[in-house]
Design a protein around this ligand. Structure first.
Ligand SMILES: [Zn+2]
Length: 691
């Protein structure tokens, strides 16, 4: 939800993107030899399993047919309708990239970049032949580190090339004044997914830590270290990361913006870092040496400072060497490195059985690195202005519904309602793609230099990010590429963002009726809007400032209602021994419930205005039943138990089964549509409701 200095983390709709940032973890693919896929539909009666009682398990009722038709492919950690569409989009991107990869004078500057980057990535012979040589200058730089006094300049350089060592630094919106960009320093430097991985006492977690140390050891061996030293070095990495993790906030604590708001200035932070010259760091990083700053996690920075003072320099070198290898063990490095990384992050932690094909990894890479150069071609081919217009209309309709819904809330005072509506009316709707495309002209992409390209991309991104400091915020910027199948709300900018890649079947279709489209895409639009009013989003005002606009009494009532949902999700055991974390998932759960409710209200109003016959069946279902099925079918997903465990422990989104059933249990309107008895599993005795 927040844009961290180096890791943008807005409120995504789906899990897909959240995992894409894990090196080596690629999760979306369809079986290699798949027959021609059936046409994707928003409401698809052929997926329904009539042997399941919709009042007992609506998710199974709506999705069992899809599960039968879509066995989990071996190269997937999860496979759902988001991945289904993602794969189709990726095939289109592949076509664009293959055309752009053909050398010739006819290519535009951007086509040269995306084409040559794709060709370099696909050229495994060259990548394997070069081996670790392209990374040698960076390894030498680390070897040359002789004292803690030299660390600031070296660390700054490593940060410019995308190495996540120790802390993160970049531009961020000022919590107190969302219109301006300031320096931000945040916690970082871990190789496991998040801090609790270092401390959970259960047997499975202990085993994962052992496997992580093994992984680090094998990476050192691949990089040429002799065996006993590699084993010692892996233990060093684990010890140093554990110390950093101990001083880091939990991911649940990170969800509260107040925990991250520690305004200072560069000089103030510099005084606190008594063993690390921030002046040397910012000089080498070309970051501002003065001006406002936010230190997201002061406790972490203090521990980093202490660590620099008392850690022998050879241990610091070992730690940096690991993070350099980790950062580049991608398609840029010989396949042995990439496979080793996949083996730990995708296989061990998330259960994948097979690595994705190279073209998929390379297509995703170009989408990540040059998303707006590739996206510009994608939009021209696949996202006509009419699609943008339809998406905008639907968004405006849901916004109008939300304003009416706020008026009807019985627990909120008139004063807070007026401010809430003010915030709602200020939401900026960003649909499809940026108004102004990113300028890549200063980025050099050289054919045949996969690792060099990746390094230049990261330097380009880092410089682009730092250049924002001291300037007004650019609300037109996007944090997802146009072909992405996902959406987000950005609380510090109060805008909703719906990439072009999402507005297609099975989420939205011209050929289907409002019941289907509102149940599916309508609920998503409602979801993103509700994020502006969830437990995090509600702390920001209409301009994106972290500023309380609630009366004390309304805040108390909000929290009381939200606590109902915390308890509801805390009670769910996602995999044996692992419960969902009600506080971690609260924002998403609030958005799911609020979003679906808004979609329902908007659709009902449309249906009434059109005098829709609510008893008329289509494909055997009434319009309201089709609305709920369309909602449920967007979440049909197969997930490996390993990933389900990872997701339950680390992801702010509840697993898709609960995003369906738990939300519907709270809506009596759903139970009415299917005539469910009060005692049915899909009917909550005490439904939660906030928005
Ligand atoms: Zn969300």
């Amino acid at each position: 939800m927040f844009r961290f200095a180096v890791f943008p983390r807005p409120c995504y709709l789906a899990l897909v993107l959240a995992l894409a940032s894990v090196p080596g973890l690629s999760q979306n693919a369809s079986p290699a030899a798949q027959p021609a896929a059936p046409e994707l539909r928003v409401f698809d009666p052929s997926l329904i399993d009539n042997s399941v009682d919709p009042c007992e398990n609506f998710y199974r009722f709506s999705c069992n047919g899809w599960f039968k038709r879509n066995p989990l492919p071996p190269d997937q950690t999860s496979y759902g309708r988001f991945t289904e569409l993602h794969e189709l989009n990726r095939l289109q991107l592949k076509q664009i990239l293959e055309q752009a990869a053909v050398p010739g004078a006819a290519r535009t500057a951007n086509e040269q970049k995306i084409g040559d980057e794709y060709a370099s990535c696909m050229d495994t012979a060259t990548v394997n032949k070069l081996g670790i040589a392209p990374l040698e200058p960076e390894l030498d730089r680390i070897d040359a580190l002789k004292s803690a006094a030299e660390l600031p300049a070296l660390l700054a350089h490593l940060h410019t090339i995308g190495v996540n060592a120790f802390f993160g630094m970049g531009a961020s919106q000022d919590f107190a004044d969302a219109s301006s960009m300031i320096s931000e320093y945040g916690a970082g430097g871990l190789g496991l997914p998040e801090r609790d991985y270092y401390f959970r006492p259960d047997a499975k977690s202990v085993e994962q830590r052992r496997q992580y140390v093994e992984h680090v050891r094998r990476m050192f061996v691949l990089a040429g270290e002799p065996e006993p030293q590699a084993a010692r070095d892996a233990e060093t990495v684990m010890a140093m990361e554990t110390r950093l993790a101990k001083a880091s906030l939990t991911i649940t604590e990170e969800r509260d913006p107040q925990n991250l708001n520690h305004p200072t200035d560069v000089a103030g932070l510099s005084r606190e870092l008594t063993h690390f010259s921030l002046a040397d760091y910012v000089t080498a990083d070309r970051a501002p040496a003065v001006g406002k700053a936010n230190s997201e996690q002061p406790k972490f920075m203090a521990e980093f400072n202490a660590l620099v003072a008392d850690t022998p320099i050879d241990r610091v070198r070992t730690y940096l060497r690991w993070h350099l290898l980790h950062a580049y063990a991608t398609t840029s490095m010989p396949e042995s490195f990439e496979t080793e990384t996949w083996s730990f992050y995708a296989h061990t932690l998330n259960g994948a059985e097979k690595q994705q094909e190279r073209w998929k990894r390379c297509t995703s890479r170009v989408d990540r690195e040059l998303g707006e150069a590739l996206g510009q071609v994608y939009v021209a081919r696949y996202f006509p202005p009419s699609a943008k217009q339809r998406a905008l209309e639907m968004t405006l309709t849901i916004e109008q519904t939300m304003a009416k819904d706020i008026d009807t809330l019985d627990w909120m005072s008139a004063e807070t309602k007026a401010r809430a509506k003010d915030k709602l009316h200020t939401v900026m709707n960003k649909i499809g793609y940026p108004d102004k495309w990113r300028d890549y002209s200063k980025l050099e992409i050289v054919r045949g230099d996969a690792l060099g390209n990746q390094m230049r991309v990261r330097e380009f991104d880092h410089a682009r990010n730092l250049a924002k400091i001291g300037k007004p915020v650019d609300k037109g910027e996007w944090y997802m590429s146009p072909p992405t199948v996902n959406a987000y709300y950005e609380p510090q900018q109060n805008n909703v963002n719906f990439p072009a890649g999402y507005f297609q079947p099975p989420f939205f279709s011209d050929k289907e009726d409002d019941a289907a489209n509102y149940g599916d895409m309508g609920s998503t639009i409602g979801h993103e809007l509700t994020h502006g009013f969830d437990d995090e989003g509600r702390q920001f005002d209409k301009d994106g400032n972290l500023k309380d606009w609630w009366t004390k009494e309304d805040e108390r009532k909000f929290t009381e209602r939200a606590d109902c949902m915390v308890k509801q999700y805390d009670a769910i055991e996602a995999v044996p021994g692992v419960h969902l974390n009600g506080k971690l998932t609260l924002g998403e759960n609030l958005a799911d419930l609020g979003g679906l409710w808004l979609a329902w209200l908007a659709w009902e109003e449309k249906a009434q205005a059109a005098h829709l016959d609510m008893a008329a069946k289509m494909d055997g279902y009434t319009p309201d039943q089709r609305f709920w099925v369309a909602y449920a079918q967007q979440w049909c997903t197969q997930t490996r138990p390993e990933q389900l465990r990872t997701q339950a422990q680390t992801n702010p989104h509840a697993p898709d089964e609960y995003r369906t059933n738990s939300v519907l249990q709270d809506l009596p309107e759903f139970a009415k549509s299917f005539s469910c008895k009060k005692t049915a599993a899909m009917v909550s005795a005490k439904p939660c409701r906030v928005w």
